[in-house]
Ligand binder design. Sequence first.
Ligand code: 13P
Ligand code: SF4
Length: 330
Amino acid sequence: MHTGANQSIGYIDRPIPQGLDLKQAIDQLRKEKNALILAHYYQTGDIQDIADFVGDSLALAQWAAKTTADIIVLCGVHFMGETAKILCPDKKVLVPDLNAGCSLADSCPAPEFTKFVNAHPGYTVISYVNTTAAVKAVTDVVVTSTNAKQIVDSFPPETKMIFGPDRNLGNYINSITGRNMLLWDGACHVHEKFSLEKILALKAIYPDAEIITHPECKQPIIEVSDFVGSTAALIRYTTQSAQKQFIVATESGVIHEMRKKNPEKEFIPAPPNDSTCACNECIYMRLNTMEKLYNCLKYELPEIHVDEEVQQKAVKPILRMLDISEQLGL
Ligand code: 13P
Ligand code: SF4
């Protein structure tokens, strides 16, 4: 079962009045209700364009933590809405389609992860933000792909650490920090299925293109990459690089912002290994649509709820991450 819930069934697909200008209607509702629309870079272009802020997982948490809005609409997946709710328990936090789960978060059920943590007393527990609130509640520090290296580096070298749930990100962070963190064996279905063969075939067609990769990808893809980073870091890299062509090995939604920032450059989505499709989309992220965003603002549903005891435990490692990130200027 994924981390989205079925609360949304019944009203997310309520019909939209005929002829309604969705953009205008969303804008009006946002103003009337003092709502903040946050969108992840993996959302469709129309949602990114209407959002108040578009960002990676770290930026979404940072914006949620400081907003004065009454309602936060998180256009992303369930754990992102949950993180915003943990940070702002008194606000209404909505996700347009609560069925937007995350295969990576699902690969780390809280009871099993808690057993793993309890079996390793004395270990510091580092959890990727792509986890449920219950996993965060047994975590010492949350990280995102933007700050994972710096946060791991901030611990003394002799610190014994557990890293969950992404084995690829964990392996990558071990390799660039020289640590030997114990890894949870989880993965993201989108980033796991990029095809090295197809990426190398694209490189043969575009020999000048740089391969840029999210660290949730497998090691062989990371090894052939010119740059590895979070979605925000990948976007920044394409803007700063003198190169004109990029093979992009992450969810293809990120290319929307890359093209906006660099209209003269060419972005080639890296293909997955299991289809003839040219790009790789997260089925969960893509559940959100403009229609659902409109209904979500109109009916103020579906709402994210987090158990109070879990919230009080889970907020600590998230605030610790935000504090360290602020100190590091991230
Ligand atoms: P970032 O937004 O931290 O790059 O993470 C990507 C991702 O997979 C989000 O689910
Ligand atoms: Fe989760 Fe992967 Fe989708 Fe990101 S891309 S939300 S890690 S399933």
